[in-house]
Design a binder for this molecule. Sequence first.
Ligand code: ADP
Length: 248
Amino acid sequence: MSSAEPSHSPGCLIEARDVVKSFGQTPALRGASVSAAAGEILAIMGPSGSGKSTLLHCLAGIFKPDSGQVWFDGTRLDELSETRRTELRRTAFGFVFQFGQLVPELSTADNIALPLLLNRVRRKTAYQAADSWLKRLALAETGARRTGELSGGQAQRVALARALAPRPKVIFADEPTGSLDSLASENVMDLLVGMAREEGTTVVLVTHDARVAAYADREVMVRDGKVTSPLDPVDAAGRHAGAEVGSQ
Ligand code: ADP
């Protein structure tokens, strides 16, 4: 590698650098930079429409940035082919969204086993792993039930188990408690953080809820498509120094 060649920052497992992404005429990210170390739990906060979800989708290799770089484990994710990115998402990343996106007609155990079967894990091994995750997440009694019959909190715990079962390096969680009451939210966050710590999984968590962000090791703010840290100095107008003053 020549000295002029940019490389990922040392110590980072995943990093976005100066990422720009627009949807037609709508700018979503205007040079966003953020990184997370292995095993770190990072919360991405910010108002609605600021670019949080777009940043998460760029970090996860779902969206390709218009410009800038995305690094994962020393590799330029944004330069990989769609096939390689899909493969990586299946093996190295896990996803939890606001609505678990489980298959409602399938049983809880089937939903957890599914990503393992897609990764060519043997059927027996996949279902043994599903059972063990159901026990760890206090869902053992739901194994044979269809996920469409579960409560919101139970369904999110199944979504967690499904994301964790392939033992990903990074879990991307986009408003994972957005549809839950506060008790169920706490329960899901306790489990997400507890399991991530046990497994050494990095978590990138998008939320607008300060109580959810409080579970993270570190918080960053997205404003107007750029990332600022709550530790950045704030000017007299209450704007972070890293934010583009006057941009709308
Ligand atoms: P947040 O997650 O902070 O609510 P988003 O990343 O979803 O913000 O959106 C950032 C901006 O990009 C918003 O103006 C939004 O309307 C726009 N946007 C996001 N996704 C799309 C899309 N698929 N098509 C068009 N515009 C989009």
